[in-house]
Design a protein around this ligand. Structure first.
Ligand code: ATP
Ligand code: MG
Length: 224
């Protein structure tokens, strides 16, 4: 079976004046469709750097990333990047970044509207996913009117509503208290299992890492 994600010999450095720091030193790994992978490692190891490359928020120096038949290299064009991000990946960050002037429902409809999906259809799909993450009673609320835990579940709904090939989450429970963390993990695990979502999550938290089906460790620029 072809893996959903294939990463080959990925290198990434940052330059700070004269100093060049190599953060990723030839990372290779694959993830199959339907897997839930946790990436752990010390602060500064390059976990966010790796996730940003996987989601084409940044370009590698060298190496390739293949997601569901689409390839990212250092030579990828801006237009290809836009389409890749629109069609292939859903992002969840530590800070949920819901758009404050839109309702919860409108926030979750947005990725579908960007894909050109008609309003009624987008609304139905967004309402359905919001119900499944336990926010059926918050559709018309503004982000400022819901709790941090609810916001994070809304952001998760927004990331998965377009059914992306790959869901990427960077410390998604980092800002949550233990109750909301447990709720988030429960919702994520249930959806991942039911819909066979392919999820890569970067986390410091054992609780979340334990929910994954596989754990990888990033250290000294290498993944093991
Ligand atoms: N835009 C940037 N410019 C220069 N250096 C950067 C940049 N982004 C990250 N770095 C450096 O690259 C290294 C890896 O950073 P990264 O954010 O990927 O770590 P991380 O593993 O996600 O850490 P944390 O667990 O603290 O979030 C760090 O030393 C960081 O200072
Ligand atoms: Mg990070």
């Amino acid at each position: 079976m072809q893996p959903l994600l294939a990463v080959r010999e990925l290198h990434k450095s940052y330059h700070d004046g004269e100093i060049r720091a190599e953060v990723l030193k030839g990372i290779s790994f694959t993830v199959n469709a339907g897997e839930f992978v946790a990436i752990q490692g010390p602060s500064g190891a390059g976990k966010s750097t790796l996730l940003n490359l996987l989601g084409a928020l940044d370009k590698p120096d060298s190496g390739t990333i293949e997601v569901d038949g689409r390839t990212i290299t250092s030579a990828i064009t801006e237009q290809e990047i836009d389409l890749f991000r629109r069609d292939k990946v859903g992002f969840v960050f530590q800070n949920h970044y819901l758009l404050q002037e839109f309702t919860v429902l409108e926030n979750v409809m947005l990725p579908l509207r960007v894909q050109g999906i008609p309003k009624e259809q987008a609304m139905a799909a967004a309402a359905e996913i919001l119900n499944r993450v336990g926010l059926g009673h918050r559709l018309q609320h503004l982000p400022s009117q819901i709790s941090g835990g609810e916001s994070q579940r809304a952001a998760f709904a927004r990331a998965v509503v377009k059914k992306p090939a790959l869901i990427l989450a960077d410390e998604p429970t980092g800002n949550l208290d233990s109750e909301n963390r447990a709720k988030f993990i429960e919702v994520l695990s249930a959806l991942q299992e039911q819909d066979q979502l392919t999820v890569i999550v970067v986390t410091h938290e054992q609780e979340l890492a334990q929910a994954a089906s596989r754990r990888l460790h990033l250290r000294d620029g290498q993944l093991g």
